[in-house]
Design a protein around this ligand. Structure first.
Ligand code: MIC
Ligand code: SF4
Length: 639
């Protein structure tokens, strides 16, 4: 029986288990990446594990999220990260160099390798045929310490592409179409593997856009084969020697197939407040836009900026609209300046921002009250832009640029002639903002600013959990709901006591106080609880407030793992109708003595009822929970 590409790469890296769908496996991790917003915590955890040097082939620490330095906190974190990189043997990408996923694709991603990143959009690397997975910082710290990464062997979905994208229809529309078909939880515990003749029409940066935003389907990762297009890309990045041919077998067996004819696609848009609310641009054409933002790890490549610039050439951004452009990397900026195309953006009135995440994570450029903001980004969750009343729509650079000119959402196909863009055969490679690891730096002193607080310590799990149901929420709660980001909160990522004051801020700002007052308790949620970001702060901070267990209809993959890592028990209703049988304020009791059997009983003391709960935890995960989390669990192993 033939193999999928996913199986081939995973089997090459298997440490435990067999590549049988749905079973627990662990894989060797070749590369890791972190960014500064998750990185400080990840490295504090790495330090706590007590290893003197990273054990991976290559690990990179990027600074791209917290580059808005409104006080000492972010620059303190940057210095900490730089000293950690030097001491433990990592590459350090300095602030200003660009967005982690864009940079990793350009400079480090390698076909056939595994990459674990403390950011949910790590699957961008799948654009060159690697298995690139997003995870919590602690899992990445463990991988740097040489631990294998545990996951469920995913199902493999064949996304079969035929045809060729018409003018003004972009790679972004491909992933929006996938989201239209399967929604934001359609690929949980699955890999989206792209095949078919259509892939030959997509360049690596376009493939990267698709694998990047595959995250929004809940997928473990997304992957394209490594073919002659991949080779061309690596050669253009002066990395041709790293290319290998990697394809699925012709008779590979997939669990499902999604067929997309690229020639039939039209410009699409994700409407508020979910990347899964897809409409055609035509359907909402004419809606006035106050802000247009081009950039983010989904759409900040040279191709994306070139097309935007050439659409805006000789035009002016509508007087009622603000246009921002945040390029993905210095390489992109260098090219845009040398080719003269940056001038088209500036002359049209674009506000050029730093090569960083910026407005994507609410780090500056918040839109005005009730604004319609049109973004080439990957997430439009409520409040993420920094303005709670704003309505965020996600589109391609083509749709964004044309709409910026008209000041209203416009189908880009009405623009006229499709501008011809010329991509360089060789990119301008300049790694002088990436500090490589050097020998003999082990004795370097780690620089810790006052914003970096020690890791909180948590106790082993008792057999019985008791407390109040502190919060009952609906389906699709994101980690942005649980632990919001933005310019005010993001700088507190290295300070758990402080950041915990903002847990569930947009949902119920009384949560932190109530939780501390009641000595912790429980949360009940609906389907796909914890979708979105990999931020482990959405687990650590509630844990710090005393959260004992989360009981839901279903979980998103990374958040589930993060809950386990910090000793919060993730449970699901055996019968989802029982969700209705608990109310906020009820007193609950959970007996964990039977957890190994897969079932536990929940007593609702307020209502005098009993409910069956279940879980999907492996034996190792149960042991991690019992130890009080992954850090004490690993420390036991290394002591
Ligand atoms: C995001 O896009 O939500 C982030 C910010 O990049 C997060 C990571 C974080 O919260 O630091 C992610 O996607 O994992
Ligand atoms: Fe940065 Fe936005 Fe990408 Fe997250 S989604 S890594 S915040 S650009």
């Amino acid at each position: 029986m033939g193999k999928t590409l996913t199986e081939k790469v995973i089997e090459e890296h298997l440490v435990d288990g067999k590549s049988e769908r749905g079973t627990d496996i662990s894989i060797k991790i070749d590369q890791t990446l972190t960014q500064d917003a998750t990185g400080t915590m990840a490295y504090l955890q790495f330090e706590a594990i007590g290893i003197s040097h990273i054990q991976t082939e290559l690990s990179v620490s990027y600074v791209d999220h917290n580059t808005l330095q409104t006080d000492f906190k972010n620059p303190d974190d940057h210095r900490y990260l730089q000293s950690i990189a030097a001491k433990y043997g990592l590459y350090f990408s300095r602030p200003g160099n660009g967005i982690c996923h864009q940079l990793h694709l350009e400079r480090f991603a390698r076909p056939g390798k595994t990459l674990l990143g403390s950011d949910s959009h790590t699957p961008t690397g799948g654009g060159v045929g690697m298995i690139a997975i997003g995870a919590g910082g602690l899992d990445v710290a463990a991988a740097m310490a040489g631990e294998s990464f545990h996951l469920k062997m995913p199902k493999v979905v064949n996304v079969l592409l035929t045809g060729k994208l018409p003018d003004f229809v972009a790679a972004k529309d491909v992933i929006l179409e996938v989201l239209r078909r399967i929604g934001v939880k359609g690929a949980v515990n699955k890999v989206l593997e792209y095949t078919g003749p259509g892939i030959k029409t997509l360049s690596v940066p376009e493939r990267g856009t698709i694998t990047n935003m595959g995250t929004e389907t809940g997928a473990t990762t997304s992957i394209f084969p490594s073919d002659d297009i991949t080779k061309e890309f690596l050669v253009s990045q002066e990395r041709g020697d790293q290319w290998v041919l990697l394809e699925p077998d012709e008779d590979a067996v997939y669990d499902e197939t999604i067929e997309i004819n690229l020639s039939e696609l039209v410009p699409l848009v994700a409407t508020p407040h979910s990347p899964g609310n897809i409409k055609t641009v035509k359907e909402i054409e004419g809606l006035k836009v106050d802000q247009v933002c081009i950039g983010s790890c989904t759409n900040s490549t040279l191709r994306d900026l070139k097309i935007s610039a050439n659409i805006l050439k000789g035009k002016t951004v509508n007087e009622h609209t603000v246009l921002t452009v945040s390029p993905g990397s210095r390489q992109v900026v260098d090219h845009m300046i040398t080719s003269g195309e940056m001038a088209y953006l500036i002359e049209a009135g674009a506000r050029i921002l730093e090569n960083a995440c910026g407005p994507c994570i609410g780090m500056g450029l918040a839109p005005k009250t009730d604004a319609v903001t049109l973004r080439t980004f990957n997430r439009n969750f409520l409040g993420r832009s920094g303005t709670k009343s704003a309505q965020a729509y996600l589109v391609s650079p083509e749709t964004a640029a044309v709409s910026a000119i008209h000041g209203k959402i416009t189908d880009p196909r009405s623009f006229g002639k499709f501008p011809e863009i010329i991509m360089p055969e060789k990119f301008m490679v300049n790694d002088n903002m990436i500090i490589p690891p050097k020998a003999g730096q082990e004795s370097i002193e780690i620089v810790r600013g006052p914003n970096i607080k020690p890791l909180p310590e948590f106790n082993p799990l008792p057999n019985k959990l008791e407390g109040e149901l502190l919060l009952k929420v609906e389906d699709d709660i994101t980690t942005d709901h649980i632990m919001p980001a933005g310019a005010k909160i993001l700088p507190l990522r290295s300070n758990i006591p402080e950041i915990s004051k903002f847990v569930f801020n947009l949902v119920d700002s009384t949560f932190p106080e109530r939780s501390l007052e009641k000595n912790g308790g429980f949360i009940v949620g609906g389907e796909n609880y914890g979708q979105g970001s990999s931020r482990e702060h959405a687990a650590i901070a509630p844990k710090y407030l005393g959260l004992k267990a989360v009981i839901v209809k279903s979980f998103a993959r990374i958040h589930l793992a993060n809950l386990v890592n910090f000793g919060i028990v993730p449970l699901t209703f055996a019968n989802t109708d029982d969700y209705a049988k608990v109310e906020q304020g009820d007193n609950l009791e959970i007996d964990l003595t039977t957890i190994e059997s897969g079932n536990v009983a929940l007593k609702n003391l307020s209502k005098g009822t009993e409910i069956n709960l279940t879980h999907s935890l492996s034996v190792t995960e149960i042991n991690v929970l019992k130890a009080g989390g992954k850090l004490p669990f690993i420390k036991q192993k290394h002591s």
